[in-house]
Design a protein around this ligand. Structure first.
Ligand code: ADP
Length: 392
């Protein structure tokens, strides 16, 4: 059975998946190496092959993405004889203005992806390290890049541009939007179990450590909360979300911070962590119950509701709200807080269905459908790898 590997390289983590590429790709193993370059740890589920493992790794076993991948491959080889990947699919955060679908990574494409690094300096270089490591490990495999921006590339120009002098649009300063692989998966699921609804006005709320919302018409993205970078829109675990750019001038000019310090403040020290002073993790904040934790949750909920209203206005109304991501899929409390009092937009939550974490959580008389659809970015990558493999 041919195998495809999926890789999702973050700043200090490497998520992997192993799929049998039959008609519908089937996951046979998945896992994560975290704290690469520090005190690394691996969590993996080898399913029928060998169950779950979770253990610390030596610094040597994951000093960078390349050695982390080698460690993962050693573990896989112990369990899969003659491990041979036909394709390796990579999550790549930025596809720039050009890439609106997955691409086979040729030397030319890799060069373009490197050139896009200034657009996503905290993510793109790690994605490229993942590709380089996979090229070395599987030189014969088809390397496929799947872009988080691609799903949004056909948005109308009015949501694609900023009110800057025109030259900057041409230079690529645009609203790209992210979490595209997640939106593609969830909209595909919606299409399969509620095709008519999928043709309507739908907002998907991807609420995880990173969070964004996407407004879709007829299954296509027309508006999203993230913009030029994955910093805009909703507040996140450690990212500010939307913020007046004037704060940057103030931080530099009055607080004497360097621009790198402001970047780190906005990306790594803000959001839920910044307001709560406690944690970036929603579970911890829900359990903590301190005034600061409550304030962080209130801010998150308020901004989700505010953006939802804005997206619904852009769509001309709302037929369905779909929750996904770690918070969206699991937190009954946050879902109910977001939906509370949204009857003006046709939303009425069914408390019991919400508590039971059912797929449909709206009440019988709710005009707007409210759904929970667990996302699966890895399978979107595996499907893309399979498709490009078939046409290679
Ligand atoms: P990432 O963006 O890193 O992929 P996830 O989608 O895994 O993140 O989401 C992580 C977030 O989901 C964390 O804030 C975590 O606390 C939250 N989360 C997961 N399970 C629950 C739960 N049962 N209740 C509340 N929050 C949860």
């Amino acid at each position: 059975m041919p195998i495809a590997l999926t890789l999702n390289a973050g700043s200090s983590s490497l998520k992997f998946g192993v799929f049998e590429i039959s008609d519908a790709p089937k996951e046979i193993a998945a896992g994560l190496v975290e704290r690469i370059g520090g005190q690394p740890r691996i969590k993996a589920d080898f399913g029928d092959l060998d169950g779950k493992i979770q253990r610390d790794l030596s610094a040597e076993e994951a000093r960078d993405h390349k050695s982390a991948l080698d460690t993962v491959l050693d573990l896989l080889r112990e369990r899969i004889t003659n491990l041979h990947a036909e394709a390796v699919g990579h999550r790549v955060v930025h596809g720039g203005p050009r890439y609106s679908e997955p691409m086979v990574v040729t030397p030319g494409v890799l060069g373009e992806l490197r050139a896009l690094s200034p657009f996503a300096p905290l993510h793109q270089p790690h994605n490229i390290s993942g590709i380089e490591a996979a090229l070395e490990a599987f030189p014969q495999a088809l390397q496929v890049a799947c872009f988080d921006t691609a799903f949004h590339r056909h948005q109308p120009k009015v949501n694609d541009e900023f009110a800057l002098p025109r030259e900057y649009y041409e230079k690529g300063v645009r609203r790209y939007g992210f979490h595209g692989l997640s939106y593609e998966y969830v909209s595909g699921e919606l299409k399969s179990f509620a095709p008519l609804l999928c043709e309507g006005r739908v907002v998907i709320a991807h609420l995880g450590n990173g969070a964004s919302m996407c407004g879709m018409l007829n299954g296509r993205s027309v508006v999203s909360t993230m913009g030029f970078t994955a910093l805009d829109g909703l507040p996140m675990g450690t990212r500010t979300g939307q913020i007046d750019p004037g704060v940057i001038f103030y931080m530099v000019q009055q607080e004497g911070k360097t621009i790198d310090e402001v970047r780190d403040l906005f990306y790594k020290e803000s959001g839920l962590l910044g307001i709560s002073g406690l944690s970036n993790d929603m579970r911890t904040l829900e359990a903590a119950g301190t005034p600061e934790a409550k304030e962080a949750i209130d801010y998150f909920v308020f901004r989700c509701r505010r953006e939802l209203g804005g997206l619904a206005a852009a769509l001309g109304g709302l037929d369905a709200l779909v929750f996904c991501g770690g918070i969206g899929e699991n937190s009954r409390y946050i879902r109910s807080r977001i939906c509370d009092g949204l009857d003006w937009i046709g939303i009425e939550l069914d408390r019991e269905r919400n508590e039971a974490n059912e797929r449909r959580i709206n009440g019988t008389f709710s005009r707007t459908h409210v759904l929970v659809v667990p996302t699966n970015e890895e399978i979107v990558i595996a499907r893309a790898a399979k498709k490009l493999l078939a046409s290679a």
